[in-house]
Design a protein around this ligand. Structure first.
Ligand SMILES: O=c1[nH]c(=O)c2[nH]c(=O)[nH]c2[nH]1
Length: 302
């Protein structure tokens, strides 16, 4: 006999743009998001018995995203995701959880002749601000805020030595290397009992994002990194110290390798070790290093 172990469904890639116009100053502010809604609850019969009476159409979910974006602020994304999630479980008694993902894309205001332009913006990077809010009936709202697609590189100030050497090892130890990664980081907040608690925390969300982004960049730039593992752990520690309401911090960092090229076959050109200048960026395979750091009392329970 087969039975459903878990099921959720919804609408992904709902693209939304919202403009805010300040009539007095003529300054406009824009937000562009990609939203995913996934719902859970007493929906098994829609899979097992073709019972569509329990189905909120994914098309209606898309409409709801647009309507809630019209009725409410879409920033900070933590609040908008919580408003959406709460709407679904409040509106449909058979649903138990709503998982809302909001990816906010960068539109940075242009500076023209030294002045911020009132209505023109540019995409200054692939980096996105990502929020996942899960509203669970009777269990409050869990939020993970994050940053993804922040591509960074340092041309020195990174080492890697002392690792296991055995019959599988060819990697030389290095006291000097290039370090590059595509930062995917998240910070998870203590459960909010309800939407009022999320509203009360609104001023903290943008500050936490700026703190986490600055800590990531500063630690990456300034630390003489002994390994990706140690550097990302330090980033987690600093974020936990900067944002007391955060319960844990996670990073997922690909190690984007740049290989030295031996050019000595061409007229004895020196291009390795301290003479290395021309490198071959690798697209794969790459290292992938992940961690979640919790406060000590929570980590002990995990
Ligand atoms: O920072 C690093 N951590 C590793 O675990 C690892 N493994 C590897 O081959 N290079 C690196 N670099």
């Amino acid at each position: 006999m087969a039975a459903i172990a878990s099921a959720r469904y919804g609408k992904d890639n709902v693209r939304v743009y919202k403009v805010e116009r300040d009539e007095k100053t003529g300054v406009q502010t824009v937000t562009e998001m990609t939203v995913c809604v996934l719902l859970e609850g007493a929906i098994d019969t829609s899979y097992t018995k073709a019972d569509n009476s329990v189905v909120v159409a994914t098309d209606s979910m898309k409409n709801t995203v647009y309507i809630k974006a019209k009725e409410h602020p879409v920033t900070p994304p933590e609040l908008f995701a919580s408003i959406l999630g709460t709407h679904f479980i409040d509106s449909y008694p058979h649903l138990t959880a709503a998982h809302i993902n909001v990816i906010t894309h960068r539109w940075t205001r242009m500076t023209i002749d030294g002045k911020p332009h009132p209505h023109s913006f540019y995409r200054d990077g692939a980096e996105t601000r990502n929020v996942e809010a899960v509203a669970r009936r009777g269990k409050g709202i869990d939020i993970r805020s994050g940053i993804a697609g922040l591509l960074v590189l340092k041309s020195t100030g990174s080492q890697f030595h002392g690792f296991i050497r055995d019959e599988y090892t060819t990697l030389p130890e290095v006291w000097e290397r290039i370090l590059s990664t595509d930062v995917d980081a998240g910070w998870s907040w203590k459960t909010f009992p309800d939407i009022a608690a999320v509203k009360a925390a609104v001023p903290k969300f943008d500050k936490a994002f700026e703190d986490a982004r600055n800590i990531t960049l500063k630690t990456f730039a300034e630390e003489d990194s002994p390994s990706v593992q140690n550097t990302m752990y330090k980033m987690c520690e600093y974020i936990m110290a900067a944002v007391p309401e955060v319960e844990n911090v996670d990073y997922s960092l690909p190690n984007k390798h740049y290989f030295e090229i031996d050019l000595s076959w061409h007229k004895g050109l020196k291009n390795t070790g301290k003479d290395a200048e021309v490198y071959a960026p690798q697209s794969g395979p790459n290292g992938l290093i992940k961690v979640t750091v919790a406060r000590s009392q929570t980590a002990a329970k995990l």
